[in-house]
Ligand binder design. Structure first.
Ligand code: TRP
Length: 337
């Protein structure tokens, strides 16, 4: 008889506050599609989190849908993964409030992201920016996941989720499963094309050396042609991250999109300089992203399909979330409806 083993559950949120970059694609999303066979995955667009910083409403709506379309285009199959929009599952806001009452002022004040963002948005240090981690703890704990894949910058929030969950469990018994943060090792770390010492970020400004997943071919080519290579006199394509970070970054990108090893790349460019290498990388990226961009654009025109995906996703998510929320309401002493 076939043994049925429950898959481990995984959950992650993505804030639709900026457009997806080549860096986040090669560093993370590209590897997500394969996870679905091993884990039961939940991914949501964290629109409730996005408004902690002022958003243009039309842009937020477009980006939320566009992100969904892009993830599907990158291979996240909605049949195998639960994809939903955070604000469609009201349990998030509800558990977020409850957990506000179990998060300490001192703990929230120590969060690095809060300190950074308040420094950057001095004219809008709102309470939501401050309690962001309790909402995030709610997002996570509602689903009782085993693993929460996040970037390095979100690890502190997942650790605080532990503290909050343990505090709550300490008072009421085992209500929440304690999840593990999980910073995936697979996936390349892609740096800015104009400053290979900093991570490629989803900045509005294209001078920061970023490539967006939805950038048209000519923009991608322009970005690669003006990529900073190193000012060594060698002018030779060789992997040396320490001394040639610009070339190393281009090699990482080229390797990720073509599957070639560094050695193969070095051999391919023997006797050719950086001037020949850069446009070849650009073209490889253009070709790699072309089907993704076209599919995402096609999906964006198929609003009916996207609607089916996120409605279906929200329904599945709410089913799981409601079970946890009901238990929490009962434990804290709310009268049953
Ligand atoms: N805070 C995360 C970010 O900025 C997004 C997020 C919201 C999230 N809720 C989450 C990630 C729950 C993991 C789990 O990227």
């Amino acid at each position: 008889m076939e043994e049925i083993v429950a898959k481990k559950r995984m959950l992650s949120g993505i804030k639709p506050s900026g457009d997806l970059t080549l860096g986040s694609y090669l560093g993370a999303v590209k590897n997500w599609a394969e996870r679905a066979d091993q884990y039961e995955c939940f991914y949501f667009m964290a629109d409730l989190h996005a408004i902690t910083v002022r958003q243009n409403p039309a842009d937020l709506r477009r980006r939320t849908l566009e992100q969904l379309a892009q993830y599907i285009a990158c291979g996240l199959d909605p049949e195998k993964n639960t994809l939903f929009i955070q604000s469609h599952v009201h349990q998030h806001a509800e558990l977020g409030w409850i957990l506000d009452c179990y998060s300490m002022f001192g703990e929230l004040s120590r969060m690095t992201q809060f300190k950074d963002k308040s420094a950057k948005n001095a004219d809008n240090i709102n309470a939501g920016l401050f309690t962001y981690p309790s909402l995030m703890a709610g997002d996570i704990l509602l689903y009782q996941p085993d693993l929460v894949p996040v970037g390095e910058d979100q690890k502190q929030h997942v650790e605080l989720t532990h503290v909050i969950a343990r505090r709550f469990n300490g008072i009421y018994g085992d209500v929440f499963k304690i999840p593990e943060p999980f910073v995936p090792k697979v996936g390349a770390r892609i740096m800015s094309l104009t400053n290979p010492l900093v991570k490629m970020s989803k900045s509005e400004n294209e001078d920061t050396g970023r490539v967006l997943l939805m950038d048209p071919p000519e923009v991608i080519m322009k970005q690669f042609k003006r990529a900073i290579t190193d000012s060594d006199t060698e002018n030779c394509v060789r992997y040396d991250k320490e001394n040639k970070p610009g070339v190393a970054n281009l090699m990482t990108i080229y390797s990720a999109v073509t599957g070639k090893t560094y050695e193969e790349i070095e051999n391919e460019f023997v006797g050719k300089g950086y001037g020949a290498f850069k446009p070849v990388v650009g073209e490889a990226v253009v070709e790699h992203l072309r089907p993704i961009r076209e599919e995402a654009n096609r999906l964006m025109k198929d609003k009916g399909y996207l609607e089916n995906v996120y409605r279906d996703g929200a329904q599945k998510a709410a089913y799981v979330a409601e079970k946890t929320l009901r238990k929490v309401y009962k434990k804290v002493g709310f009268v049953a409806k």
